[in-house]
Ligand binder design. Structure first.
Ligand SMILES: O=c1ccn([C@H]2C[C@H](O)[C@@H](COP(=O)(O)O)O2)c(=O)[nH]1
Length: 325
């Protein structure tokens, strides 16, 4: 099945409608907790504008977990403590309660303890723009030879420069349409834009191929609610990443993330450290650190309102309002 839409919400709507209407009878390794699934095999999703990567579903708070997961990948590590701060369910994915074996960070930046795949792809495309070899490998044949609680669902991330734009093609062996899909599309299209900026070209379109795209029985009602809430496609795209190398800003953001996660406030004004585009992410992390305190006292609400006001892109404001309820 091939589905091509302009925004993530349009894709989610089509995919979930199809899965809700299919029989929910496939028992998988996760069925004891999440129930059986309905399934589509061999699905090809096409997101025409990767900057429409925020789902309306994000109003429930997914923007924070999606950003947290992206930064976890960019941290180049697979520490459990980092990701459970944003997505508690990762606790069930760890073999040793310290790391996540299948975490993408080390695989992207230090595959088999030696390969920085981002650097290799950038070098390749800088030398040979039309290459069809610009592939980052995440799933490793070794993953099947051992027993782990979790192995990568993503097989490869491939990049193409065509007509001076960077297109991306992701291949996933398995994808949870309700929980996993919006997170994966957010992270991978952000990586696409980071790569486009690193190569000093514009972002192109995003393709997402999935072996098994499924919906767990436990999520069926929530998926129905999402669809019945009255479908409105996302009205605003995310802003454009500033032109120029993004890596210095990413490192500053990672340092800020570390401090906030460890209970330290931001001491230097954000505008002195980051451009408005990147400072907005720091503000979202700051808002999340307040939500995490779980006590929305007046003082915190005032702080949230101040954060909301200081956001430079309106598209993020809704997530701070909605989350407060
Ligand atoms: O990036 C990811 C990682 C995991 N999953 C989901 C897909 C499956 O529902 C589950 C993994 O189960 P197995 O395919 O490994 O059985 O997690 C995703 O959707 N995206």
């Amino acid at each position: 099945m091939f589905i091509s839409e302009p925004t993530l919400d349009d894709l989610m709507h089509k995919v979930l409608t199809e899965l809700i209407n299919r029989p929910c009878n496939l028992i998988s390794s996760r069925s004891s907790k999440l129930g059986p699934t309905s399934e589509m095999l061999g699905v090809m999703l096409h997101l025409q504008n990767p900057r429409y990567r925020l789902s309306r579903d994000e109003a429930k708070g997914t923007v924070f977990s999606a950003l947290g997961e992206l930064l976890w990948y960019l941290s180049k590590k697979n520490e459990l403590e980092f990701i459970t701060y944003y997505i508690k369910a990762y606790e069930n994915e760890s073999d040793d309660m310290k790391t996540v074996y299948g975490g993408y960070g080390p695989r992207i930046f230090n595959f088999r303890g030696k390969l920085n795949q981002i650097e290799n792809v950038i070098n390749l495309l800088t030398k040979k723009a039309t290459s069809r070899k610009a592939v980052i490998q995440l799933f490793d044949a070794e993953d099947l030879a051992e027993t782990h609680k979790e192995i990568p669902c993503t097989c490869t991330l491939q990049f193409f420069i065509r007509e001076d734009r960077l297109h991306m093609f992701t291949s996933m062996r398995s994808n949870d349409a309700y929980r996993g899909l919006p997170h994966d599309i957010f992270a991978f299209t952000m990586i696409q834009e980071i790569m486009a900026r690193s190569l000093n070209i514009e972002i192109g379109e995003y393709h997402h191929a999935v072996g098994s795209l499924h919906l767990y029985e436990k999520d069926k009602n929530k998926a129905e609610e999402y669809i019945n809430a009255g479908f409105q496609p996302t009205t605003f795209p995310m802003p454009e990443m500033p032109v120029g190398q993004p890596w210095e800003a990413i490192q500053i953001l990672l340092d800020i993330e570390y401090d906030l996660r460890n209970g330290r406030p931001i001491d230097i004004p954000l505008q002195e450290r980051l451009t408005p585009y990147w400072a907005d992410f720091a503000r979202l992390l700051q808002a999340y650190s307040i939500f995490k305190k779980n006590k929305l006292k007046e003082d915190n609400i005032n702080q949230l309102n101040a954060i909301k006001k200081s956001l430079s892109a309106d598209v993020y404001k809704t997530y701070i309002t909605k989350r407060k309820k």
